[in-house]
Ligand binder design. Structure first.
Ligand code: MG
Ligand code: ZN
Length: 546
């Protein structure tokens, strides 16, 4: 007997002994058939902290009827929780990532450069986990509540020098044959350029079952209708609303439910409450995708993005942020319910980075009145903390916000011209949409109206080419999105009453939580301090052909 066969015999007898005591080891120990990756864009630990405190302690928490447990917490309890560093690992040596780079790294495990889609940091095409899964014969899907062509979903199935190549991304998503289920917004990158004026192109969209809101305008430079091509050349079923999605019966579906981004969290909460939503929710898209993809006996890879958590963070809008987290967690809960009794699926839930430098904080505003406590240790002294440590009632008050700061800006100026706005205009609109305890005075709203010469002027830049900008008084180099800064100033005006602070209008390098659920050692491996490139490698290692 040579050494190798001796070892094989020892291993086999060890296995037999082990089998006496426990269930036989799965020959695929350490492997799974399906991988589901959920990304909360801009969702760091502080954002999750707000959701968890809301679920557990808000007096009127929507979770009061269901045990005050978030979907995230269900995964934390049943699986494992770790942290991950999100930085771009390319040669530039950057510390802070954007969503394109972060998703490229999460998709491939390879160092990527800022704002690139599906390329390594030198610009080479790299294979994503979705593409590997497809090569193994598995079904694949991408879901986002932003646009199908937006950076996060794009990085899993497209390869472009920059995230702004959304028209090219749309083509790749359809033509590559690598993605079976595509559910999101962003029809504008799939429509012929003349759609606004071309009656026959409009008729074709109507024929496909799309409403005018879906095909109102195009961002393409050519006359291709990628939806028609998807249907006729590539065999996709099309869906443009909730009902059409529910009716899909095949294994390839392209669902585009809005011209650009899908409904924001506040609009979704409102239509859900009124039972009047026409777009599918993130949860409904998720359940449909699981339904379609799980028909494939080879297994599947699915990425689901809660993409607007990031946008609420960029404009420092804490009320909107809470509603986005609720929308995302509804989908997380649906995935938990689908997967909880399975042992063939790995679920990873994480953020691609933190956005806003957000947090609840204590302050000198609205100091609590001194009170008497019953405990003898007080020695008769009044209980009088020096600061306002933020009441949990803030969570309900934030939830009561009825429009995003962007919507408020549109109400102040429907044509997005803020040159001559007044403090009372801003105060009136803000006070129409926030809890009464958060109402601002004209004096508090006044800073929102102040504009000055753009000190960061870069000709031709998407945001920084404007001659004039709203004035952010602090950390102003981190507020880089042109007129959107009025929204950040609304955040500043409300912050003290909300007990909320924001460090920036962009992303931070804060490590993000990683939740992992799946069989044994596979999910346990995520319970550490890692990098997003490691997260990708662990997911890819786990995924096999069965
Ligand atoms: Mg995103
Ligand atoms: Zn962002």
């Amino acid at each position: 007997m040579n050494f190798k066969s001796l070892m094989a015999t020892i291993a086999a007898s060890a296995l037999l002994v082990a089998c006496d005591k426990q269930a036989p080891m799965d020959i695929n120990e350490g492997k799974v058939k399906n991988v589901i990756l959920m990304i909360g864009d801009g969702m760091g630990a502080q954002q999750i902290g707000m959701l968890e405190e809301y679920a557990r302690r808000a007096p009127n928490s929507l979770y009061n009827l269901t045990g005050n447990e978030t979907g995230l917490q269900k995964f934390a309890k049943a699986g494992h929780l770790g942290l991950s560093l999100t930085a771009p690992m390319g040669a530039d040596g950057n510390l802070v990532t954007d969503s394109a780079c972060s998703a490229s790294q999460l998709a491939s495990g390879v160092a990527a450069g800022s704002e690139m889609i599906g390329l390594d940091h030198e610009g080479n095409v790299v294979e994503s986990i979705l593409e590997k899964a497809k090569k193994m014969g598995k079904a694949t899907g991408l879901i986002s509540d932003t646009r199908m062509t937006h950076a996060t979903p794009a990085a899993f199935a497209a390869h472009q020098p920059h995230r702004s190549y959304e028209n090219e991304i749309a083509q790749q998503l359809i033509e590559s044959g690598n993605v079976d289920v595509l559910l999101s917004g962003g029809a504008r990158h799939f429509l012929p350029s003349m759609i606004k004026t071309d009656a026959s192109a409009q008729a074709a969209m109507k024929e496909l079952g799309a409403s005018k809101a879906i095909y109102k305008k195009s961002k393409r430079k050519d006359d291709r209708n990628l939806m028609l091509e998807a249907k006729d050349k590539y065999g996709f079923e099309l869906a443009f609303d909730q009902q059409q999605l529910a009716a899909v019966s095949g294994n390839k579906v392209l669902g585009l439910f809005s011209n650009s981004l899908m409904a924001d969290g506040i609009a979704y909460s409102a239509c859900k409450q009124a039972d009047s939503c026409t777009q599918p929710s993130l949860k409904q898209m998720t359940l449909k995708a699981l339904d379609v993809l799980s028909q494939d006996e080879d297994g599947f890879f699915l990425m689901i993005e809660g993409g607007q958590i990031d946008w609420a963070g960029h404009v420092n809008d804490a009320g909107w942020l809470l509603h986005e987290l609720l929308k995302f967690d509804e989908a997380v809960t649906a995935v938990y319910d689908w997967v909880k009794d399975r042992n063939d699926t790995l679920v990873v839930v994480t953020g691609d980075h933190e956005t806003g430098g957000f947090g609840f904080s204590y302050s000198a505003k609205n100091l609590p009145a001194p009170k008497t406590l019953p405990g003898s240790g007080m020695k008769g002294a009044p209980y009088r903390p020096n600061y306002n440590f933020a009441q949990v009632s803030n969570l309900d008050k934030l939830h009561a916000q009825s429009a995003t700061f962007y919507d408020m800006m549109l109400e102040v100026s429907p044509d997005w011209d803020f040159a001559d706005t007044t403090a009372s205009q801003w105060a009136e609109v803000i006070n129409d949409h926030v809890h009464e305890d958060y109402h601002v005075t004209d004096t508090e709203a006044q800073p929102i109206t102040v504009r000055h010469k753009n000190h960061m002027l870069i000709p031709g830049h998407k945001y920084l080419s404007a001659n004039e900008l709203p004035v952010i008084q602090d950390f102003k180099e981190f507020y880089v999105y042109g007129d959107d800064l009025h929204a950040n100033l609304i955040g500043r005006a409300l912050a003290a009453n909300q007990n909320v602070v924001w460090g920036t209008g962009t992303h931070t390098a804060a490590p993000v939580p990683v939740y992992a659920f799946g069989p044994g050692s596979i999910s346990a491996a995520f319970s550490t301090m890692q990098r997003h490139t490691d997260v990708a490698k662990k997911m890819m290692d786990a995924l096999i052909v069965q």
